[in-house]
Design a protein around this ligand. Structure first.
Ligand SMILES: *[C@@H]1O[C@H](CO)[C@@H](O)[C@H](O)[C@H]1NC(C)=O
Length: 342
C-alpha cells in the first residue's frame, strides 16, 4: 500500500499523464540515462554556485557526470521538464525557504541557478532575507539549521534540545518550506557543535545518534502540525542525502570512494541496504500527509560520480557528501517542481 502523500502524488501524476495507469508507478524508482542537452545551466553564468560545489571551475576533468537525466521507471511517471518561468509564476508573491544543513544549501544554490537560467535578464536582488526575483516578487532563502531542533548555550555548555524548535519562529512566515537534517547527527569531537543533549527534563552527555535524530524529527512533526496552515503553506522534506566514502556499499572495494568515479551505478538497484535514517524519515513522513517527502535517497545513492571529490577548491579531504553543480541537486529540484505543478 502506498503512503498517503505518495499515493496522492502518484494519482495526480497519472492523471496528468493522461491516466494510462502504470501499476506501481513511482517517480523515485528509475535509472540514470545519458541526456545530450544536459546540464541545465552553465555554472560560469550562474552567480549562485558556491565554490564548494563548482566542480567545473575547480578543474574536474571528466564531464560525463553533467549529462545524466533521471528517468522514472513507470510509463505514467515521466518527469516534466523544469520550466523556471512557470515556477516563478506559480510562486508569484511568495517566500520559499530551505531549512537545514549544507545539503539544503546545495539544493538551494541549484534552484537559484535553474531559475536564473530561465530568466537570465530578470531583475534579481540579494539581501540578508534571501534572493529576490523582482519581476515575480519571489523570495528564496536558506536558513542554516544543522539539527532543526535548538542548540542553547547554558551554564553547563551548549545543549542540543531534542524537544525544542524555537528556531521555527523564523520559518513560520514562509509560504513554501523545504526541510532537511541528518549529516550533523553522527558528528563527534571538535566538529560536534554541542556538549550535552537534552530529552524532556533529562540532560545527557550523549545518546544513540539515530535515536536522537528520530526524536528530533518527532518534535519537528509536532511543530509542523501546530504552526503550518495546509491551506496556505506547503511543506516538503528533502530525504536523506547519501555519501560515498566506502566502495563496498556499491560493489567495489571498501577503500574506494567517490574519487575518480565517472559514471553512476547502472540500473535501479543500490547494493547497500537502505540507510536506517532513510527508513525513519519515510516512516515519520507517512504519518503527516501535509508534508511531501522528496524521496531522493536511492536515486542519489546511484550517483557515486556526482560529488565534488577533489574539485571543491578546498585542499582538505575529498568531499563525497555534497554534490557538484550543475548536477544531482538539479534533479532534486525537478522532483520538487513535479510535485508542485501536479
Ligand atoms: C511581495 O511579496 C510579499 C510577500 O512575500 C508581500 O508582502 C508584498 O506585498 C509583495 N509586494 C508586491 C509589490 O506585490
Amino acid at each position: 500500500m502506498a503512503t498517503g502523500g505518495r499515493l496522492c502524488f502518484l494519482l495526480v501524476a497519472l492523471a496528468a499523464a493522461g491516466g494510462s495507469a502504470a501499476e506501481g508507478c513511482d517517480p523515485y524508482a528509475g535509472s540514470w540515462v545519458v541526456e545530450a542537452s544536459y546540464p541545465l545551466y552553465d555554472p560560469a553564468k550562474c552567480p549562485f554556485v558556491r565554490k564548494e560545489f563548482d566542480c567545473v571551475r575547480y578543474g574536474r576533468p571528466d564531464k560525463g557526470y553533467l549529462k545524466y537525466r533521471w528517468e522514472a521507471a513507470g510509463g505514467g511517471c515521466e518527469l516534466p521538464e523544469f520550466d523556471g518561468l512557470h515556477l516563478l509564476g506559480r510562486w508569484r508573491g511568495k517566500r520559499v525557504m530551505f531549512v537545514g544543513d549544507s545539503l539544503s544549501l546545495n539544493m538551494y544554490d541549484s534552484l537559484l541557478c535553474l531559475l536564473h537560467a530561465a530568466d537570465p535578464r530578470g531583475r534579481i536582488s540579494s539581501a540578508a532575507a534571501g534572493v529576490r526575483f523582482e519581476d515575480f516578487n519571489v523570495t528564496i532563502s536558506y536558513y542554516l539549521s544543522h539539527y532543526l531542533v535548538d542548540i542553547v548555550s547554558e551554564k553547563i555548555g551548549r545543549v542540543l534540545k531534542l524537544d525544542s524548535i524555537k528556531g521555527g519562529r523564523d520559518w513560520v512566515n514562509a509560504d513554501v518550506l523545504i526541510f532537511n537534517t541528518w549529516h550533523w547527527w553522527p558528528r563527534r569531537g571538535l566538529s560536534q557543535p554541542w556538549d550535552y543533549i537534552q530529552v524532556g527534563g533529562v540532560v545527557l552527555k550523549d545518546m544513540d545518534r539515530t535515536v536522537a535524530f528520530s526524536k528530533a524529527l518527532g518534535t519537528w512533526v509536532k511543530w509542523v502540525r501546530s504552526n503550518i496552515d495546509p491551506n496556505t503553506q506547503k511543506v516538503f522534506y528533502q530525504g536523506v542525502s547519501p555519501s560515498h566514502y566506502h566502495g563496498n556499499e556499491w560493489g567495489e572495494s571498501i577503500g574506494k570512494s567517490c574519487v575518480g568515479q565517472t559514471e553512476p551505478v547502472k540500473g535501479s538497484y543500490y547494493p547497500n541496504e537502505p540507510l536506517p535514517q532513510e527508513e525513519i524519515v519515510k516512516d515519520i513522513m507517512t504519518k503527516i500527509p501535509l508534508v511531501s517527502l522528496l524521496d531522493i535517497t536511492l536515486l542519489s545513492q546511484l550517483r557515486k560520480d556526482a560529488h565534488p571529490s577533489k574539485y571543491s577548491g578546498i585542499q582538505a579531504n575529498p568531499d563525497c557528501s555534497h554534490w557538484c553543480l550543475p548536477g544531482l541537486p538539479d534533479t532534486w529540484n525537478i522532483l520538487l517542481y513535479a510535485s508542485i505543478i501536479n
